[in-house]
Design a protein around this ligand. Sequence first.
Ligand SMILES: [Zn+2]
Length: 273
Amino acid sequence: MNEKYLKSLSEEEKYILRDKGTEKPFSGVYNDFYDAGVFICRACKSPLYESNTKFNSGCGWPSFDDQIDGAINCYEDLSGGRVRTEICCAKCDGHLGHVFYGENLTIKNTRHCVNSLSIQFKAYKNLELLTLAGGNFWYLDKLYRNLTGVYLLHVGYMGGKIEHSTYEQVQSGKTNHSEVVQIYFEPSIISYRHILSVFFNHCIYLNKKLKLVNNWHKPIIYFNSKEQKEQAENLLSNHSAKASCLATIQLKAETVFFRAEEQHQNYINKKNV
Ligand SMILES: [Zn+2]
């Protein structure tokens, strides 16, 4: 690594990026972190990974299933008596971690296992966040994941009393959580109004299909601003005039979001059902 990239680094960052060290598992700030933005190299500030490629592999280090084009160089690594593929920043050659293939964790079947100390997160400021509950979250995920203007999407739990509930706990109905989808979208490309109109059609479909809805599947729009609340109220009252079943949709202030287990993320596409 060129000296100019080392100047601003702490000793522990140099240990990882220059000396190819590894931080302790589950110790890094980005291990359990899923905000919307880009991860850049901590040494040279070059963009490396989009946050919509980040997933929870359970390994204890930030995991990504794709890189920004041309951002990463790969090298054969025979250290420790194993054959692995080292990954380094293509611009400054700083050590990031290793890449593994064929683990079947995501559709791309790739895991870039990266030290938190090698990267830095920069949040995207142009995105808006919206959280919805309505039926099984696998289907909400499928409904929104590929819409143009939706940058990032997670399924998870909101509104209950127990922190970090499991899927089984939520399904028992005892935690009071809703199954939700949390959508980061770009309002200049897709409007809040459009996202809600898709949601209303989904709720009309659910109402026809399911007569008994579990508590954790009840339709709720979680708002996180006064503007979102007012817009949702107006849209809901307009649409309810045409479809009375929509009057059962509740409006609630957003509470803490707990990301669901990785197997539930992008579930329908992964299972190809
Ligand atoms: Zn770099």
